[in-house]
Design a protein around this ligand. Structure first.
Ligand code: FPP
Length: 227
């Protein structure tokens, strides 16, 4: 969800106003995804690197998170959406952490769609944790190193309950991954749009999905093999 800061700057507003308007796009994209029957939507809301931003901006983002969670619990319940989160959640301020856990608990029986928020998330940190956990298990003879395969690694990731990513959308014209789900996007289709996140609306999500539908996902095979 990139481009909040630039959106605000273009309008002569404070960066935090960009983030506030970004929450409207979050609502649109969540609603549109649920309407379309998408089973999993993951939003990169705050990276491990984002802690290095000015303190006032970090505080505002955390406040926005709490406000959005309080406000949107009804939308989640009405649309049968389960909330989930990935990342180093213990890094979050206490009130944000407890509000998050509360909404996760209240929506745990919902099953139309899983909305996952990546918060204090960094893919390299996630992978480092996997390596540490697996090496401990090998050291303690719980598993053998020979048994380590893709499925064991998947089971140790934050995303253990999620399938691989099919489509990754990045807004604002930047064409990079920025430490997001590096393992999980191995075969994802990448879609970059110049639209700044606060301007991203349902129609823009549909454009991304249409582009995705027109891709040929070969997973290493030839086109002929697929047909
Ligand atoms: C990146 O834009 C955006 C973020 C770091 C925060 C995303 C947060 C929201 C959309 C609002 C809160 C989210 C939830 C889930 C309630 P940027 O600030 O890097 O923009 P720039 O690159 O133009 O400076």
């Amino acid at each position: 969800m990139d481009g909040n800061g630039r959106w605000a700057k273009q309008k002569g507003l404070l960066r935090v106003v960009g983030h506030e308007n970004g929450t409207k796009s979050v609502r649109e994209v969540v609603e549109a995804s649920a309407e379309l029957g998408i089973k999993n939507l993951t939003l990169y809301a705050f990276s491990t690197e984002n802690w290095n931003r000015p303190k006032i901006e970090v505080q505002k983002l955390m406040k926005l998170l709490v406000k959005s969670l309080k406000k949107e619990i009804k939308t989640l319940q009405d649309n049968n959406i389960k909330l989930s989160a990935i990342g180093n959640l213990n890094d979050l301020p206490k009130n944000a952490h407890s509000e998050l856990l509360e909404v996760i608990d209240k929506t745990k029986e919902n099953n139309a769609m899983t909305l996952t928020l990546a918060l204090s998330y960094g893919s390299r940190e996630e992978l480092i944790n996997v390596v540490k956990e697996l090496s401990n298990k090998v050291k303690n003879n719980i598993i053998s190193s020979d048994s380590i395969d893709e499925s064991i690694i998947n089971k140790h990731l934050y995303t253990q309950n999620l399938p691989d990513v099919d489509l990754l959308i990045r807004t604002s014209g930047e064409q990079r991954i920025s430490n997001f789900l590096l393992w999980q996007i191995a075969y994802a289709e990448l879609y970059f749009t110049p639209i700044l996140w606060p301007d991203f609306r349902k129609a823009d999500l549909y454009d991304a999905l249409i582009a995705y539908q027109n891709r040929e996902r070969r997973f290493g095979k030839t086109s002929e093999q697929l047909s």
